[in-house]
Design a protein around this ligand. Structure first.
Ligand code: HEC
Ligand code: HEC
Ligand code: HEC
Ligand code: HEC
Ligand code: HEC
Ligand code: HEC
Ligand code: HEC
Ligand code: HEC
Ligand code: HEC
Ligand code: HEC
Length: 314
């Protein structure tokens, strides 16, 4: 009996008391929640990073012209409070800093939340609802922040291509949208590869309430920003043009003339099969396939304002 009591006591000691002591010791060793220590402390060990960051627009504001408490935190407004990192002497993975290193395993959500605390409005208003956020894309997939790059801090991905703001953007989007980037090289294209246009002329990569992240409410409204002459109103409307320019055009680039999705006359005969111009094989020099094909005669294909322009010939 006594042996049993001793054994029971030993068990109780081993499984109850000791773990309690151990965990209490561990508790005591674990530092409390980190607090903000200020930029000067960071500067002491990270002088080169400090120097580089101070050249950027955010650096200039945060470090020298802070307008509120959040901006004054500067380094810690993005990397989080640093007291634990500092008291442990600094180091990789030390003190629970929010890190933006590619190999850190930090989630895009944590990284993005650091930015969204200030950038919730303006261009970023629809971020949370956009396809980039829902697919786990991070702000830092497209932006570099610790050193001055382009006007909008776009990531500098390649030292090979000559650096221009517009070129940088196409490289940035091209990381993932390989096909779109490749399309720009087709014979018919808007002047993106020449550096005169960028993806963000039509898209807002931070998300929009519109289809395909377009900056305007529809495809047509987006095109009308630059091709206003196609807006009409027309006396004689061609329904597919009123509906969607993308019925006939491929905005990113095409092997057919004038960004057409399909070459004439097939473009037209997708919809117009039973007209008086049957879609049967013809001689190569037939007026129905020669040069601009159907638009040799139906030249006002986007709509006509001529009293007798019902067939879009004038
Ligand atoms: C606007 C947000 C932001 C601020 C403010 C900021 N950083 Fe960074 N930091 C980043 C990002 C993003 C990276 C990843 C590299 C890059 O994009 O340039 C980074 C990288 C670093 C790194 C390299 C390790 C890592 O986690 O990638 C150090 C060290 C660092 N920052 C220190 C600082 C110091 C010191 C300050 C204050 C002078 C500071 N940062 C201010 C966003 C910020
Ligand atoms: C006592 C020196 C010291 C101080 C003070 C210090 N750091 Fe560090 N920090 C380091 C060292 C060392 C590293 C590791 C650098 C490396 O591996 O390249 C580091 C790494 C980092 C990293 C990368 C962490 C990771 O896991 O990749 C960030 C971010 C960082 N520091 C931010 C800060 C910020 C913000 C402050 C100010 C609140 C600060 N540090 C203050 C020494 C310090
Ligand atoms: C403390 C608030 C704050 C935080 C946190 C913050 N920003 Fe900013 N950011 C600003 C301010 C203020 C500006 C300057 C806006 C202006 O001049 O209109 C700015 C400017 C920018 C710009 C434009 C830079 C330029 O040169 O035009 C980019 C891009 C940007 N931030 C991205 C980010 C990203 C990505 C993060 C997260 C890693 C982030 N910011 C975190 C406040 C913040
Ligand atoms: C898919 C790429 C991509 C991602 C992801 C991205 N950005 Fe941008 N960002 C851009 C491009 C491209 C521009 C330049 C747009 C322009 O010039 O109109 C830009 C511009 C900005 C600007 C400057 C806007 C202005 O009004 O001057 C800020 C601020 C900014 N981004 C913040 C962020 C923040 C915060 C995140 C994450 C929530 C983020 N970005 C994610 C591509 C991206
Ligand atoms: C890190 C990878 C990555 C980068 C960089 C990137 N995207 Fe995306 N993008 C995606 C993913 C993933 C999707 C979602 C695709 C899907 O759901 O099929 C997407 C979707 C889109 C869509 C389609 C939206 C829709 O509703 O159908 C557009 C438009 C777009 N991105 C534009 C851009 C632009 C412009 C840039 C450059 C400023 C860019 N992306 C950079 C990964 C990226
Ligand atoms: C002239 C305007 C314009 C430019 C510039 C432009 N796009 Fe688009 N993009 C569109 C339109 C319009 C659509 C929708 C097409 C449709 O509905 O068939 C679209 C659709 C997309 C989609 C979604 C495709 C899908 O299948 O859902 C992605 C991704 C995309 N664009 C990426 C890019 C990238 C990357 C760039 C820069 C290299 C770019 N776009 C430049 C107009 C443009
Ligand atoms: C930011 C301005 C801009 C927007 C938005 C825009 N375009 Fe363009 N587009 C251009 C420019 C610039 C050219 C080249 C004009 C030239 O070479 O004379 C062009 C050329 C074209 C051409 C003729 C291409 C050729 O090979 O001759 C077509 C077709 C076209 N755009 C269709 C569209 C469609 C469809 C949309 C909407 C999805 C659109 N554009 C939106 C600026 C724009
Ligand atoms: C029914 C098919 C169709 C639709 C829909 C359509 N287009 Fe076109 N578009 C064409 C054809 C065909 C041409 C070539 C005309 C020619 O050969 O003369 C063309 C040419 C163009 C050109 C180049 C003109 C030039 O002089 O080189 C632009 C710009 C253009 N379209 C813009 C638009 C816009 C913007 C929309 C939407 C409002 C649109 N298109 C809708 C068939 C269409
Ligand atoms: C996406 C389908 C579609 C495409 C592609 C298309 N059209 Fe049309 N087209 C229509 C519709 C719908 C009408 C209106 C028919 C009606 O009012 O009875 C129309 C009307 C017309 C008319 C006036 C006919 C009439 O009876 O008033 C002509 C001419 C015409 N299209 C020529 C063309 C040519 C040429 C092309 C190629 C450049 C073309 N269409 C491409 C759908 C299309
Ligand atoms: C040589 C000039 C010419 C060419 C090329 C031409 N058309 Fe026509 N098209 C006409 C004339 C003329 C009419 C009749 C106009 C009228 O009755 O007012 C017409 C009428 C039409 C109509 C109105 C429906 C109908 O049957 O009356 C459609 C649709 C049409 N054409 C489509 C096409 C398509 C598609 C092509 C290319 C395969 C094409 N056209 C090529 C001259 C031409």
């Amino acid at each position: 009996m006594r042996r049993f009591i001793v054994a029971a006591w030993c068990c109780a000691f081993l499984f109850g008391y000791l773990p309690a002591v151990w965990s209490a010791e561990k508790e005591a060793a674990k530092p409390g929640p980190a607090t903000y220590v200020g930029n000067e402390v960071c500067k002491a060990c990270h002088a080169p990073a400090f120097e580089k960051f101070s050249q950027t627009r955010m650096g200039k504001i945060f470090l020298f012209n802070a307008r509120n408490e959040e901006e004054r935190r500067a380094c810690e407004s993005c990397h989080g409070p640093g007291s634990n990192h500092v008291s442990a002497g600094g180091g990789k993975g030390v003190g629970g800093m929010i890190t933006f290193r590619k190999d850190s395993g930090e989630s895009a959500k944590v990284q993005n939340d650091a930015c969204l605390s200030c950038h919730q409005r303006g261009m970023q208003t629809y971020w949370e609802a956009g396809p980039h956020a829902s697919r786990g894309i991070a702000c830092v997939n497209c932006h570099t922040l610790m050193e001055k790059t382009s006007g909008k801090q776009l990531a500098k991905l390649s030292d090979k291509t000559p650096f221009s703001i517009n070129r940088a953007e196409i490289e940035v989007c091209g990381q993932c949208h390989l096909q779109r980037k490749a399309q720009l090289m087709r014979s018919s294209h808007m002047p993106l590869r020449e550096g005169k246009m960028v993806c963000s002329d039509c898209h807002n990569p931070h998300g929009t309430p519109n289809p395909s992240q377009l900056i305007k409410s529809s495809v047509n409204e987006t095109c009308f920003m630059c091709h206003a002459e196609r807006r009409g109103p027309f006396l004689w409307e061609h329904p597919p043009a009123i509906e969607n320019c993308a019925n006939c055009h491929e905005a990113h680039g095409s092997v057919n003339d004038r960004l057409l999705k399909v070459t004439d006359p097939r473009l037209c005969t997708q919809c117009h099969v039973h007209t008086r111009h049957p879609s049967t094989p013809r001689n190569a020099n037939s007026r129905f396939v020669f040069n601009r094909s159907c638009t040799n005669c139906h030249s006002q294909i986007h709509g006509s304002n001529h009293p007798s322009g019902r067939r879009f010939q004038r």
